[in-house]
Design a protein around this ligand. Sequence first.
Ligand SMILES: [Zn+2]
Length: 203
Amino acid sequence: MYLIEQLFDSHCVGCSAWGAMVCDTCVGRFTAMPHRTFTSRGIPLVALGIYRGGLRALILAAKHRSAHAAIRRLGGALRDAALAWGNVIAIPVPSSRPGFLARGYGLGSTIARAAELDVANCLLMDDVGTQRGRHRIERLQRNIRVGSRRPPNGSRVVIVDDVMTTGASIDAATDACVTAGLRVVGVLVVAIATQRAIAPLTI
Ligand SMILES: [Zn+2]
């Protein structure tokens, strides 16, 4: 039954129209207004849109149903967003969610490949648990590091993640890359949380 549902019950995650996992109209809607800002580390960030509505539904579907095909439908927009950086290596932010080892690197690698960037899965993150707030951020910063499968010193790299919410994971990834001698020239995310979009330069 589940397999039959997967094969035949196909609706757009954005508008519920029957057919493609993300319909052409929604792909256009999600990517019409890329959002450009800076992280708290001063790194230029591009998001395809705000983390709400259909774009949020798409990311949640990709996360929870392993529907990475939905992310690949955004490939054109992701490629356009990454063009300005030229020749860079994408470094996905590893998942800090418990059990991430079972799912590998989650969406970051899929997003980077959809943008047709070279990918280095060199960031390692120990499980920092589900707690929130200051302690979690401190543990994030302590537990993320560049592993052995890393680009050469001085390489221009772009940090890639699905959503930027507080920015803590992206900042920790940036710091780990800089410490390891890499040049972080940008951050690419599918969506940015609204509060960051409204006040991007408060820090
Ligand atoms: Zn749609």
